[in-house]
Design a binder for this molecule. Structure first.
Ligand code: FES
Length: 86
C-alpha cells in the first residue's frame, strides 16, 4: 500500500550490525509496535542491507532518516519519533 504517509522502520541486517545486536533490536521494535495496537498497521517494520556505517551500528532508518548507535533502550523513543512525523 502506497499512500504517501506510510511510516517505515528499517533495521540494518548487515553482518556488523547483526553482531552488535540488530536481531534483538528488531524484536524490541516488534514488541514496542505490538503494544501500540492502534498504530501497528501503519508502520512497516523491516530489514535493510548494510548502510555503509558499520562502525556506527546498529544503524536504523526511521521514515528515511538514519539513526546510529541504536540500542534496545532507544527503541521506545524511536517509535515515538516514527509515529510523530507527518
Ligand atoms: S552492517 Fe549495518 S551499516 Fe554495515
Amino acid at each position: 500500500m502506497e499512500n504517501g504517509t506510510a511510516k517505515t522502520i528499517q533495521i540494518c541486517m548487515g553482518s556488523a550490525c547483526h553482531l552488535k545486536g540488530a536481531p534483538l533490536i528488531a524484536q524490541a521494535f516488534q514488541t514496542e509496535l505490538d503494544k501500540r495496537t492502534d498504530t501497528t498497521a501503519t508502520v512497516e517494520l523491516g530489514g535493510a542491507f548494510c548502510q555503509s556505517q558499520c562502525i556506527d551500528g546498529v544503524v536504523v532508518r526511521i521514515n528515511g532518516e538514519t539513526y546510529t548507535h541504536v540500542t534496545v533502550a532507544d527503541v521506545p523513543a524511536l517509535v515515538d519519533i516514527c509515529l510523530r512525523e507527518e
